[in-house]
Design a protein around this ligand. Structure first.
Ligand SMILES: NC(=O)c1ccc[n+]([C@@H]2O[C@H](COP(=O)([O-])OP(=O)(O)OC[C@H]3O[C@@H](n4cnc5c(N)ncnc54)[C@H](OP(=O)(O)O)[C@@H]3O)[C@@H](O)[C@H]2O)c1
Length: 298
């Protein structure tokens, strides 16, 4: 399914923030899908972090969202860019997007693919929402071809948290009866790689979600079933969640940000089930139960 340009040559593609959790998984997925490493540019602040990929023939170029000149050089000869946002505060990210989009235009990039988040609506209480609305609008009006991938919440951190969850006997998400279709980073990465390496995604918005929307009570049931330990939903309040975050040394800012994200679930705005992963990759997204089982088996 990989795409060619005329005369049998692969287009040159790039992934930004390629050293991060999502970026590095997407690099791996692109290579696993059979794309030639020497046509893949990974753009990172610290090229040394990508030495293992450089040894496999991947092109590693320095690129810092805060330094426009590095971006234009990194995008030289590139046709498609997958833009992975940094985790900087929203106002910094606006400047970073302006830098990336302008550098892409200057370098002659034809197509930007963007990892965003479900949902992009001003009704969302999530404090990063204004940035997400801006980001999609900036990409759609950039004058370049675009594809938007709206990711649901990662299931990976829940698996990371299982020892604490067992100790607490609950998952203290203040989500009420709200549902969210959690997805693994690996599934997002496979879908992102497919959007980057295959044709026909211009002007498309894909929701990348897990196969099933789950309440926190459902998550508790799955963890309990798989671990054999008692884990039950206790309908956590905001204060219960704040207390757990403070006890674990989480920053006040991140605690507040996550709280607003859980309010978004409580409001039903992450209750979105989509076949976006399957449409892009031919394989459905993994369920939370299957993902958790394989994480605990490994
Ligand atoms: N769907 C979800 O549940 C969920 C959860 C968490 C985050 N996210 C979002 O998904 C995106 C990627 O997340 P992740 O898990 O991959 O995060 P991550 O592992 O923290 O990676 C962040 C990446 O951003 C890069 N970066 C930071 N500042 C940069 C700059 N000035 N210029 C260029 N690169 C810069 C980092 O590079 P260095 O290696 O140089 O630091 C790193 O590669 C973020 O937008 C994040 O907000 C989504």
């Amino acid at each position: 399914m990989v795409s060619y340009v005329t005369f049998g040559r692969y287009v040159m593609i790039a992934i930004t923030a390629a050293s991060g959790e999502l970026g590095s998984r997407t690099v791996a997925a692109v290579i696993e899908q059979g794309f030639p490493p020497d046509r893949l540019v990974v753009c990172v602040r610290t090229p040394e972090k990508m030495a293992a990929w450089a040894e496999k023939g991947v092109v590693v170029r320095p690129a810092d969202y805060e330094q426009p000149e590095t971006l234009e050089a990194a995008f030289e000869g590139v046709e498609r860019v997958l833009l992975v946002p940094s985790i900087a505060p929203s106002l910094d990210r606006v400047r970073q997007y302006e830098n990336v989009i302008e550098a892409a235009r200057q370098a002659g990039v034809g197509h930007i693919i963007h990892y965003g988040l479900v949902p992009v609506t001003v009704d969302s209480p999530f404090l990063v929402t204004p940035f997400l609305v801006y980001a999609e609008s900036a990409i759609r009006t950039s004058g370049l071809d675009w594809t938007i991938l709206r990711n649901s919440l990662y299931m990976d951190p829940i698996a990371d948290w299982v020892p604490n969850i067992i100790e607490m006997g609950t998952i203290p998400y203040p989500t009420g009866e709200g549902r969210c279709s959690y997805i693994s980073r690996d599934d997002i990465a496979r879908a992102g790689a497919a959007a980057l390496t295959t044709d026909g995604h211009e002007g498309q918005v894909y929701h990348l979600t897990g196969p099933q929307s789950l309440t926190t009570a459902d998550l508790c049931d799955v963890v309990s079933r798989i671990t054999g330990k008692p884990v039950t939903d206790r309908n956590a309040s905001d204060q219960d969640y704040i207390d757990v975050c403070m006890a674990e040394g989480e920053s006040e800012w991140l605690t507040h940000a996550l709280l607003t994200l859980y309010h978004t679930i409580r409001k039903g705005l992450l209750d979105v089930e989509s076949d976006g992963v399957e449409r892009l990759t031919g394989i459905p997204a993994e369920s939370f139960e299957s993902y958790l089982q394989s994480r605990l088996d490994s």
